[in-house]
Design a protein around this ligand. Structure first.
Ligand code: PLP
Length: 427
């Protein structure tokens, strides 16, 4: 990890060209890599030498971008995935298998909730969902002997709850398991969960990191701080020989800093193949180069819009963790003193009908299944991303039928507010 500030890491980490080499990271658009002898290649397959042989496992462009995100988060190892969904699936499945159990915050992103609650249950992994506001006692009660991880989101999408990372990390560590935090909304510019005790960070890079709606992607970063060997019986995948990889014991061969990501690459990426294309990794890197410049503007615009909506007679509630008086304001101040994100949620006196009418009248903010983009966009979760949930599940996820999620872009705040004001006038 370099000692530079986050602003410098966004621009320069991950790639330092040598004499006469390209200034921008090269796109290695190649599925495969050439070797002189079969012995040379054999060493790579045995993980005896490091090098590239097939892009499904690793690609130099992807690795440069992963190294940048790793440095931004303050981790020891990282890998890119084809999407945020793949990142969260891999991060959990790397340590929790059939017969295991995971504790997760109930307010997580709808896609992640579905992945855990439906698809991963089919794989024999059980989940207990707890409120992010639960007491330490309630949190402790959720653990079982077969619990392998705790999962939450720094700022939940779209509920905008703020995770008390220290509380969740303390509980996870007391039960001998790592805390995995999806840091998509805060980004390492506004919060670095490792500094608060989190062990593994995931990202949907599709959001602020890309920032321009150009490429779907994900990332997993390891803090290198979780001692797998101290709980060897609980994590046999990391602490006993992998027969599918020539009897390697990851925690021994790659140490605490490298075991998690090496296993995730050698087993899960090999078998599931959710690799990011090098072309998309290049685009992601362009986004990262300006992330530290864009995030403050997203936050500024989010706060301005939240303050405008707060006192509007047609609005029933505003949720924005950066807004004074918000339920999560104090937690946000603690974990994200420089700002939270650009996403604001709010509801209407006129209920669901008013929410839908309002969205139709917006001109600058486009209706999209997207968030955290340079261009302002909005979504009605109850009829889109969270459509499959019943009212009870919606409530547990912190979503009401009239909730609109507005993702403030980096346009002029006055223009955004004027657009919202004219749409409100028409309902
Ligand atoms: C969008 C999102 C995901 C899923 O990421 P994709 O890149 O769309 O697969 C996961 N977590 C959070 C918090 C998200 O906002």
């Amino acid at each position: 990890m370099s000692n530079y500030k986050i602003n410098t890491k966004c621009v320069q980490s991950g790639y330092t060209p040598g004499n006469g080499q390209p200034r921008q990271i090269p796109i290695i658009q190649s599925t495969t890599f050439k070797y002189a002898t079969s012995e040379d290649m054999g060493k790579l397959f045995d993980l005896e030498a490091s090098g590239y042989f097939y892009t499904r496992l690793q690609n130099p462009t992807n690795d440069m971008v992963a190294a940048k995100i790793c440095d931004m988060e303050g981790g020891t190892a990282a890998m890119l995935t084809s999407s945020g969904q793949a990142a969260n699936f891999y991060a959990v499945f790397n340590i929790a298998n059939c017969g295991d159990h995971v504790v997760a915050s109930s307010t997580i992103y709808g896609g992640t909730y579905n992945l855990f609650h439906v698809t991963m249950r089919k794989m024999g992994i059980d989940f207990t969902f707890v409120s992010p506001d639960c007491s330490r006692e309630e949190l402790d009660a959720a653990f079982r002997p077969n619990t392998k991880a705790v999962f939450g989101e720094t700022i939940a999408n779209p509920a905008l709850t703020v995770l008390d990372i220290e509380k969740f990390a303390a509980a996870a560590h007391a039960h001998g398991v790592p805390l995995i935090v999806d840091n998509t909304f805060a980004t390492p510019v506004n919060c670095r969960p490792f500094e608060w005790g989190c062990d593994i960070v995931t990202h949907s890079t599709t959001k602020y990191m890309d920032g321009h709606g150009a490429g779907v992607g994900g990332c997993i970063v390891d803090s290198g701080r979780f001692d797998w060997m101290a709980y060897a019986d609980r994590f046999p995948g990391l602490t006993t020989p992998d027969d599918s990889y020539h009897g390697i014991t990851y925690a021994e061969k790659f140490g605490q800093g490298g075991a998690f990501i090496t296993k995730c690459t050698a087993q899960l990426m090999r078998d599931f193949g959710s690799i990011q294309s090098p072309q998309n990794a290049f685009l992601l890197n362009l986004g990262l180069e300006s992330l530290h410049v864009r995030m403050p503007r997203h936050c500024e615009n989010g706060l301005a819009v939240a303050e405008f909506l707060k006192n509007h007679p047609k609005i029933s509630f505003v949720t924005y963790p950066g807004l004074e008086g918000d339920k999560y304001y104090e937690l946000a101040r603690k974990y994200m003193p420089n700002g939270t994100c650009g996403v604001v949620s709010f509801g209407f006196q006129g209920g669901r009908t008013a929410a839908e009418a309002f969205m139709k009248h917006l001109k600058l903010a486009a209706i999209e299944t997207h968030v955290a983009d340079a261009r302002t966009c909005c979504l009605h979760p109850a009829s889109a991303t969270h459509r499959q949930m019943n009212d009870q599940e919606l409530a547990a996820a912190g979503i009401t039928p009239d909730l609109v999620r507005l993702s403030c872009g980096i346009e002029d705040a006055g223009d955004l507010i004027a657009d919202i004001a004219q749409a409100l006038e028409q309902i």
